[in-house]
Design a binder for this molecule. Structure first.
Ligand SMILES: Cc1cc2nc3c(=O)[nH]c(=O)nc-3n(C[C@H](O)[C@H](O)[C@H](O)COP(=O)(O)OP(=O)(O)OC[C@H]3O[C@@H](n4cnc5c(N)ncnc54)[C@H](O)[C@@H]3O)c2cc1C
Length: 333
């Protein structure tokens, strides 16, 4: 019987593991991919937008060569953190289901994975929000040349690449592709292109400026989108803002319009959700991060805290609360 099972080894899960270890809890992290899987999936060579103080577990630990770390520097830092602290993380094992056992003051939980079943007194979901890439719901979206993630540019040099999206991920992909010699078109709503409010998930200015430069140099085409109509074998049909249909020849299409968490395991447990600024979020106590189901906690990207700093900071409140609740329940036995 574990004190705590943590689902996910991103920044939130690793911070929780570190805190749990320091608090003397018997814990386990179960990760379906690799340590820092979301960061592993960032585009190769990307420079992230946060500064080290927003990304590190301990002040001054992350020392990138420049002001902000690359994907590789950040991933290496997180992997080293897990190894140096000997965190109890099992990778390439997916949590499929979680069930409550026993009612009243001290429920316990069974966590079923692709490999086995575990028993635990509390569960922290640190599952991120990358499970379901959002889709356009248009014909042709299932074709193999349509991608919902951008990993690297070199397969697309001298190819015709169309990116659909209005946020930073779409902007970064368009920039990588345009700079490295793909024939690149960014299909974006005019309101997204003209939006400069960083709070609204627009393209960050240090991505936007070089994108504008690529447009001026004729290395990037902008298409102000009304609608995507259909993706076909070697072309895409789009609609302009005024409703005119245009067909673009294209070798590859990137649909980068955000992603959502898979909340099924939580809702099956009876955790209640609400519609927040960024989509559906579980309801939780902002101090303890406990949901309406006693013993079930959440942290990280699929809560109201969307960035790594919030993902790292939340467990510093959650774990002391769990340790105290478990100690109380032990002494009541
Ligand atoms: C390209 C890109 C650049 C970004 N740049 C920045 C930046 O500069 N600064 C910043 O603050 N944020 C940035 N973000 C957002 C940042 O990645 C997230 O805020 C951060 O990863 C959240 O950490 P987390 O631990 O909550 O979730 P994640 O890092 O997503 O970790 C969740 C983990 O849970 C695992 N998991 C999910 N379901 C299960 C399951 N059923 N069983 C087992 N494991 C499971 C996943 O595999 C994953 O490893 C960026 C995002 C992208 C896509």
């Amino acid at each position: 019987m574990y004190d705590l099972i943590i689902i996910g080894a991103g920044p939130a899960g690793m911070s929780a593991a570190h805190e749990a270890k320091n608090a003397g809890l018997n814990y386990l992290v179960i990760e379906k991919g690799l340590i820092g899987n979301t960061i592993y999936n960032y585009p190769v060579g990307l420079t992230v937008f946060s500064t080290p103080n927003e990304l590190e577990f301990t002040d001054g630990d992350l020392q990138p060569a420049r002001e902000k770390p690359t994907r590789e520097e950040l991933l290496s830092y997180y992997v080293r953190f897990a190894l140096d602290n000997d965190l109890n993380i099992q990778t390439e094992e997916e949590v499929l289901e979680c069930q409550v056992r026993g009612q009243g003051g001290s429920p316990t939980f069974t966590v079923a994975t692709t490999i086995t079943e575990y028993h635990t007194r509390t569960v922290l979901f640190a599952i991120g929000a990358m499970d379901h890439p959002r889709r356009l719901s248009v014909p042709g979206e299932d074709l193999p040349r349509v991608h919902f993630q951008f990993r690297e540019t070199y397969p697309w040099v001298r190819k015709r690449a169309l990116i659909v999206g209005g946020g930073n991920s779409a902007g970064e992909a368009a920039l990588f592709l345009a700079e490295e010699g793909a024939d690149t078109t960014l299909a974006i709503f005019r309101s997204d292109w003209e939006n400069n409010d960083p709070k609204q998930g627009c393209i960050k200015y240090w991505v936007k400026k070089p994108l504008e430069r690529e447009v001026e140099r004729n290395c990037l085409k902008l298409f102000f989108l009304g609608n995507v109509i259909e993706i076909r074998d070697s072309e895409v049909e789009l609609e302009t803002e005024s409703g005119e249909r245009v067909t673009f020849p294209s070798d590859v299409v990137f649909v980068l319009i955000g992603s959502d968490a898979d909340l099924t395991t939580l809702t099956d447990l009876g955790v209640e959700t609400t519609i927040g600024k960024h989509g559906t979020v579980p309801i939780y106590d902002p101090e303890t991060y406990q949901t309406n189901v006693a013993g079930i906690y959440i942290a990280g990207h699929f809560t109201n805290e969307r960035h790594i700093k919030g993902a790292i900071d939340a467990p510093k409140k959650i774990i002391p609360h769990i340790a105290e609740a478990l100690a109380k329940s032990n002494s009541a036995r």
